[in-house]
Every structure is written in C-alpha cells, then in structure tokens.
Design a protein. Sequence first.
Length: 168
Amino acid sequence: MVALLFSGDAPRPQDSKPGPGPAAAKADVESVEAIVKSLYDVISGAAGQERNWDRFRSLFAPKGKLTAVGQKRTLVMTPEDYVAQSGPYLVKNGFFEREIARRADEFGDLAQVFSTYESKHKAEDEKAFARGINSIQLIKEKDRWWVVSIAWCEENPNRPIPKEYLPK
C-alpha cells in the first residue's frame, strides 16, 4: 500500500483545482496551532451571525472529510455537507466551541491532534451544553497546513471524556 500512496497516483492538495472559496489566509494555515484555532474560530459566533464559510472551506484539503461519531450512527460529510447541515443551526442558536485541552503528535508533514472541546450557545454561558473530542488529521504541503479529516465524538453519561484528555 505504501508504494501506491507514493507512486504519484494519489491526488495531492497542490495538484487539485482550488475550491469555490478564496485561498486561505496565511495566518490561518501557517502552523498546527493556527489551523486548529481557525477551525474553532470560524464555526463560532452569536445567534444571527453568519459564518465565513469561504474561510472554513479554505482550511480543508480537496476531498477533506468531517465525521460525526454518534451513539447510534456515524455521519460522514464533506465541508459543503457540513455547511448545509450545520450552518443554519449555528446561526439560529448561536454556537461557541473552544478547545479546553490538546494532545498532539507530529511527524514530518503529518499531524494528529486530539482536541478536547466544549460547546456553548453564548460565549458568556457559564456551563457548556456539550463536550467531546475532535480528532483532527493534518498534512503540510506547499508551506501550509491542510485539514484532511476531522472526526468528533461527543461525551455522554456512558462515554465520559478520559481524564488524560481533560485540562490538567
């Protein structure tokens, strides 16, 4: 399988046509820290506030995926699917998601980030309505980082977040 992946047959971000949105801002994709911060920033906002979906799209590699891992089913989406399915909810209800802990590993131009999050409807809400873990896979090409995939799993009473993924 390794020979196939590096034989030149697999599409690479720089070989693909750009998506419908503008190119990413350099500050959004110059480091693992920057792209993870940008992901949280772009989906967060008050009720009635439109999100910058072109900025969201610019963070993903072509064919990037988002996967919601639920208790009863798993939903795999493209960034466009996410915008269509989640965008109206985020604007209607307000949504602020922030990272509360992180475990990350990097090797060469590959990074894996386990980012523990909490979600609130208003930034000033005292208590989060949800917590979970985002598993974010990133690659670096052409002097920028790309999101290849994000899979997330929300905490529930039967599936609490392990202590090693919570703030120290």
